[in-house]
Design a protein around this ligand. Structure first.
Ligand code: PLP
Length: 463
């Protein structure tokens, strides 16, 4: 086995910031995976980003998705997991297709909506659950705590459902999930509990972060599974590698457009480029939560608070948690409250990344136009991604190979699709019995005291 790579906290240099004690220990991947977040509330980052030679990327042409996953997993993890374990993990995780749908010329939509919960979050959740299972201390129960703005919870819940020795608690904002998203969340059952919070996604995220910092939970082996866990980021590098290998001609670089909320998905592309994948530009369209496009334009970071409720509800994020990682990669530091302690190299960021805010009105127009013009069916998140790509190409001129990500299945948004296109999107197989499944959430206010009491009681009962 090769040498282990270490992971550091994005807050490691924050001296003299009230409330933050910088965590300067370098941890292993397993530790970062199980800790979720650093004790100083920073995010774990790999010290070294492994480099993959171009010919290894090119060799994936025509190969199944699992080979791309194995290449990336080995590059990061060969020092910590035996080769057979990594092989088994990727084979178990990726049992569904990854369609690359041609729209026109060499513009593609990559459909990441074929997994068991029909969102791209399945890709990360399934691999992370299996990595955690392979990393856990067999004598101790592991408790996963996750805040979701829609699709994370069901993907994570499904990925862990029935996994021995692991319990999952999912918090979601009562009014910000679609009917089907809610149904998916509350009907998993077994070792997976859904908690409906009377508040916004940011409130849910805050409850989770406070629980992690609360000594009362020290004995319960809490771990996170939302996009702050590096174990969620690593699998999200793979599909960029896969798409490029299948579609590129020779060394031709690709433009990827990634509809963005907490920026974990886009971060996968940033890492893929740093590993050596030819990426011409990373386009990161947001919905009306426009803090990042405004930052790239003005150089001043101001979070959107409270976050705005848009159609693409999984992207209703006013301060993306993975912004801390983007800042770190470009030499800056921002904390969890959105305070910038050190500016990143904004000029360099602008060279690599383009971001634009897409309104709900524009999102709807795009769904309608793309369907009418190309017979390609998008849901609101994918439409933000596609429209962002178009805006980029209008500004910077045409690029040959472009891939926009579709992150959820259109059938998750039946009302919008019906209203705009007067069609009924087919449910993917994994969701066909959804309407007949049974289950109820636990309902709580956004108050930390109430949540704390609920969680303590629950974890004690499960122990
Ligand atoms: C989570 C999610 C996004 C945003 O991904 P981030 O990694 O948070 O930027 C986009 N689309 C869908 C359907 C999602 O569930």
């Amino acid at each position: 086995m090769s040498k282990k790579s270490g992971y550091y906290s994005t807050n490691r240099d924050l001296d003299n910031v009230p409330g933050i004690t910088p965590f300067r220990t370098i941890v292993s991947f397993r530790e970062a995976l199980l800790m979720g977040q650093a004790p100083d509330e920073g995010l774990f980052m790999p010290e070294k980003i492994p480099h993959i030679p171009l010919k290894a990327f090119k060799a994936l042409k025509g190969a199944p998705y699992t080979e791309a996953a194995l290449l990336v997993a080995n590059a990061f993890l060969a020092g910590e997991f035996p080769a057979e374990t990594l092989r088994r993990i990727v084979d178990d995780s990726y049992t569904y297709p990854v369609p690359l749908e041609n729209v026109h010329a060499r513009k593609y939509v990559m459909r990441l909506d074929q997994g068991p919960t029909a969102s791209f979050k399945d890709f990360a959740a399934r691999m992370m659950a299996r990595l955690m299972s392979a990393s856990r201390d067999p004598g101790k129960r592991l408790n996963v705590l996750v805040a979701t703005s829609g699709d994370t919870g069901s993907a994570v819940g499904d990925a862990f459902h029935g996994v021995e020795g692991i319990g999952v608690t999912i918090l979601y904002p009562e009014g910000e999930v679609s009917g089907r998203q809610k149904k998916q969340l509350v009907t998993i059952g077994g070792n997976v509990r859904a908690v409906s919070v009377a508040g916004k996604f940011d409130d849910c995220q805050d409850l989770v972060k406070r629980a992690f910092a609360d000594p009362a939970f020290a004995e319960f082996n809490l771990t996170s599974a939302n996009s702050i866990n590096f174990g969620r980021i690593l699998p999200q590098i793979v599909y960029y590698v896969y798409a490029w290998a299948q579609l590129s001609r020779d060394k031709e670089p690709a433009v990827f457009s990634v509809p963005s909320g907490n920026f974990g998905d886009a971060l996968g592309c940033e890492y893929a480029r740093r590993m050596g994948l030819p990426v011409e530009r990373l386009v990161m369209p947001t919905n009306e939560n426009d803090e990042f496009p405004r930052f790239l334009e003005t150089g001043v970071y101001e979070k959107v608070s409270p976050s705005k409720a848009c159609l693409s509800n999984a992207m209703n994020v006013g301060h993306p948690s993975n912004l801390a990682r983007f800042f770190d990669l470009y030499g800056g530091t921002v904390d969890r409250n959105g305070i910038v302690h050190r500016m990143p190299d904004v000029a360099e960021m602008r060279k690599r990344i383009y971001s634009v805010s897409i309104s709900d009105r524009e999102t709807k127009k795009t769904i309608k136009r793309v369907y009418e013009q190309y017979k390609v069916l998008l849901e609101p998140h994918g439409a933000v991604g596609w429209r962002g790509l178009e805006v980029y190409l209008e500004l910077y001129g045409d690029a040959p190979l472009c891939v926009a990500l579709e992150t959820a299945h259109p059938s998750k948004f039946p009302a919008e699709i019906r209203e705009l296109l007067a069609i009924e999107p087919d449910l993917p197989e994994s969701m066909q019995d959804l309407d007949s499944r049974q289950g109820e959430p636990v309902s709580l206010s956004a108050d930390y005291g109430a949540f704390r009491e609920y969680l303590l009681k629950n974890l004690r009962a499960a122990d």
